[in-house]
Design a protein around this ligand. Structure first.
Ligand SMILES: Cc1cc2nc3c(=O)[nH]c(=O)nc-3n(C[C@H](O)[C@H](O)[C@H](O)COP(=O)(O)O)c2cc1C
Ligand SMILES: CC(C)CC(=O)C(=O)O
Length: 330
């Protein structure tokens, strides 16, 4: 791992309450998928192209994946993440400890809003209006969570709720309820996706697609793009590594909509492998949390800077191009 990212992770582990560290670091079940997400990248190699001349690319195909409760990592929470994002798309979570309007106000680049469709459609609509009013550029519905994942580390610690003083601020005073509403999950259907699309003119993405048939359905239902994601190994512990699920989805989508990959991306080379296999961008989850915990805004900025620098270096060494013909199994 890049020494800067390793240092930020070590520092995060040292400064965080161990219960909160485990909430961020942990996965579901035996944490097989958590480990596999990273291991999948190590199983692949890139065959660079040569003699392609000088390639100048400022491209940085990365976005910040939504993660919950940033004020558990650092007092500035999502405000620090937003300030550090620069021009990188920040997918801000519904489970943010700062209201979405304040996140967007702190950001200098595009902010998308991630949500779980709520059992009460009025609550979903109120959240969508909040995201619209705040100025979010897209909505991302997370569809891999009809129920909560069972995280053994959290269960062992008895960690079920935010400490006093922190709250899921986007849920405050929603749909006639005074005070805080809890985040809920719901088993939704394609009809709910259609309904959401009718409710808003914002582009609607889906996050947590692994099956090729669902990718085809997403295209048919007018979805703007999809995230191939297993939620960072936090939902079902028998799914493939996210990277291993990518090629079939990319093939099924056939270029009709963009496909983002998240899960286990830890280096510029990982970003390059995802892009070579057809991802339009790679989403970064935990490394952003480690940067945030270690050093607030500056820490998140360092994570993005390291990944950008590494990716551009790998791209230059690959002759400025990436494609599926360049990926081989080790
Ligand atoms: C602590 C934590 C909280 C997360 N919260 C959310 C969330 O609220 N909504 C969501 O769609 N995904 C959530 N995710 C999943 C991330 O968006 C992303 O899919 C995953 O972290 C990517 O894997 P990585 O951490 O290996 O980069 C969370 C992940 C972590 C680690
Ligand atoms: C608390 C949840 C809403 C967020 C989370 O931890 C997850 O999605 O993995």
């Amino acid at each position: 791992m890049n020494p800067v990212l390793a240092e930020l992770h070590d520092k995060a582990r040292a400064v965080l309450d161990p219960v909160h560290y485990d909430f961020f670091a942990g996965g579901v079940g035996d944490e097989v998928v958590l480990a596999e997400n990273e291991a999948a990248f190590r199983r692949l190699a890139l065959l660079p192209r040569v003699l392609r001349g000088k390639q100048n690319s400022a491209e940085f195909p990365v976005l910040i994946s939504p993660t919950a409760f940033h004020r558990l990592a650092h007092p500035d929470g999502e405000l620090a993440t937003a300030r550090a994002a620069g021009g990188t798309v920040l997918v801000s979570g519904m489970a943010s400890t700062v209201p979405i309007a304040d996140v967007v106000a702190a950001a200098t680049g595009p902010v998308w809003f991630q949500l779980y469709l709520q059992p009460d459609p009025r609550v979903t609509e109120a959240l969508v209006r909040r995201a619209e009013r705040a100025g979010c550029a897209a909505l991302v519905i997370t569809v891999d969570s009809p129920v909560f994942g069972r995280h053994r580390r959290d269960i062992a610690h008895g960690f079920h709720d935010l400490p006093a003083g922190l709250a899921a601020e986007n849920m405050r005073d929603l749909a006639g309820v005074t005070g805080l509403r809890k985040i809920e999950m719901a088993a939704c259907s394609w009809q709910d996706v259609d309904r959401l699309r009718e409710l808003t003119s914002l582009p609607v993405w889906l996050k947590g697609v692994l099956h090729r048939q669902d990718a085809v359905l997403a295209v048919e239902h007018g979805v703007a793009g999809i995230f191939v994601s297993n939620h960072g190994g936090r939902q079902l512990d028998v799914v493939p590594a996210a990277l291993d699920a990518l090629p079939a989805v990319v093939h099924a989508v056939g270029g009709r909509i963009p496909v983002v990959l998240d899960g286990g991306v830890r280096s510029g080379a990982d970003i390059a492998l995802a892009v070579a296999l057809g991802a339009s961008a790679a989403g970064i989850g935990r490394p952003v949390l480690w940067g945030l915990a270690a050093d607030g805004e500056a820490g998140v900025r360092r994570v993005l800077d390291v990944l950008r620098d590494e990716f551009q270096h790998v791209l230059a060494l690959c002759g400025g191009e990436l494609g599926p013909d360049m990926v081989v199994v080790r």
